[in-house]
Design a protein around this ligand. Structure first.
Ligand code: HEC
Length: 389
């Protein structure tokens, strides 16, 4: 009985998708919090720019900035001055987000943002008590520095990323109701958000509407244009996809299906591809193709992933020719790409033949499905790979 319960617990843990979304209002809450910070900053900047004159105007601006930050429910809220924000206040939005059981990948960033909102509010409060213009300005400058940290940087992870970083790199960036998929695989349709271990890996948008639909806070590190869609990778993509290898190791099963027809490539191509691999791919996919910064690209793990995702040889070709090397996509010649693809296939223990791996688009590749090869005799039993001569 005990074993069954344990077993069930494991199955359930595996079954819950790793790309589960943030709670319904968290994304909207973060966007609201950012809008309120920006409203507060605008009030302060307007005074510092000299548009407002006279003591009354300064006091009014500081109160309005404070209102946008703390929200109606806070003691510091002074209704008579008006509120350039939405009334909930940055603090109100962040509190609602943090007021949940359990924590998310974005929790540290939002907690850090909250601490900086409180520090900014303290500095505004202090500014309101100043008689001297110089001291008033010094307090406001400190408040602005705090608010810069609240907004954060989209390209930065964790606490230093602030709200923008959390929106740009984690599930917080996924609007409620949007389609989210495993970021370990390339998206099969757009729009979709690719997620790995609560990290936002990419946003895929239909090509036609892409320019209008790019999320404001997305931290884009790389753009891949495909036939029908545009895939925008975040800065966290490389780090996140290392988790993909772990997931597939856990799900490794003994599969014996044979993919037919055979992938076309020659032994000479595979041999030439070995040098290309060492120069342009090894740094991320490992000396034994086992995966390091990037996922495994040959052997049991790769073939199991390929089978699960129903990858055809065409999917592999597009990934390699268009998206790799990850750091510099499209930088190799068609011959180098064909050779390195042949090397990957040979390393997975596919037999070489007489037809070469094509250097250009080829309609035949879509019919070749990838997956574990029955009767394969790997030279590295642990990884399920074959040495390429
Ligand atoms: C800077 C690191 C880096 C370099 C260099 C690099 N890759 Fe990748 N590769 C990745 C990452 C990260 C992924 C997963 C990202 C994704 O799914 O788009 C990936 C995915 C792949 C995949 C799909 C495997 C899977 O399970 O998703 C293949 C095949 C691949 N790379 C082949 C290559 C080849 C061939 C080269 C050399 C020409 C290369 N890569 C160079 C980082 C790299």
């Amino acid at each position: 009985m005990r074993t069954i319960v344990l077993w069930l617990a494991c199955v359930l843990a595996l079954a819950s998708p790793p790309w589960a979304q943030a709670a319904p209002d968290d994304h909207a809450g973060a966007i609201g919090a950012l809008a309120d910070v920006r409203a507060a900053v605008a009030e302060i900047v307007r005074i510092e720019d000299g548009y407002a004159v006279g003591h009354g105007a300064y006091v009014r601006a500081a109160h309005r900035a404070m209102n946008a930050l703390v929200g109606r429910r806070d003691d510091g809220y002074a209704a008579s001055y008006g509120d350039p924000g939405d009334g909930v206040g940055t603090l109100g939005h962040l509190d609602i987000m943090l007021d949940k059981v359990g924590s998310s990948l974005w929790t540290p960033a939002i907690e850090g943002a909250k601490a900086n909102v409180l520090a900014a509010a303290d500095n505004l409060q202090s500014a309101l008590g100043q008689k001297e213009m110089e001291e008033y300005e010094a307090d406001l400058t400190r408040a602005l520095a705090n608010l810069a940290l609240v907004v954060g940087r989209p390209a930065q992870d964790g606490v230093l990323g602030g709200i923008s970083g959390a929106l740009g790199n984690t599930t917080l960036g996924v609007p409620w109701g949007a389609t989210s998929v495993s970021g370990c695989a390339l998206p099969s349709r757009a729009p979709a958000y690719g997620i790995v271990a609560q990290r936002l890996v990419y946003v895929a948008l239909p090509r036609r509407s892409a320019s209008a639909a790019i999320p404001d806070e997305l931290s884009i590190s790389r753009v891949v244009v495909r036939a029908d869609d545009v895939v925008l990778y975040t800065h966290g993509a490389v780090a996140a996809t290392t988790a993909c290898g772990h997931a597939s190791r856990m799900q490794r099963t003994r599969e014996v299906a044979l993919a037919a027809p055979e992938p076309p490539f020659t032994a000479a191509q595979a041999h030439a591809g070995s040098a290309v691999y060492r120069k342009s791919c090894l740094q991320c996919h490992g000396a034994d193709l086992q995966g390091t910064a990037g996922p495994a690209v040959a052997g049991t793990e790769f073939l199991t992933t390929a089978k699960r995702n129903k990858w055809s040889l065409e999917d592999l070709r597009v990934t390699v020719f268009q998206n790799m090397p990850f750091s510099n996509p499209g930088s190799l010649t068609p011959k180098q790409y064909a050779d390195v693809s042949a090397f990957l296939l040979a390393s997975s223990c596919y037999p070489a033949g007489t037809r070469p791996f094509p250097q250009t688009d080829s309609s035949t590749l879509a019919a070749v499905k990838l997956g574990p090869i029955s009767g394969a005799k790997p030279t590295n039993a642990k990884l399920g790979t074959c040495a390429v001569k």
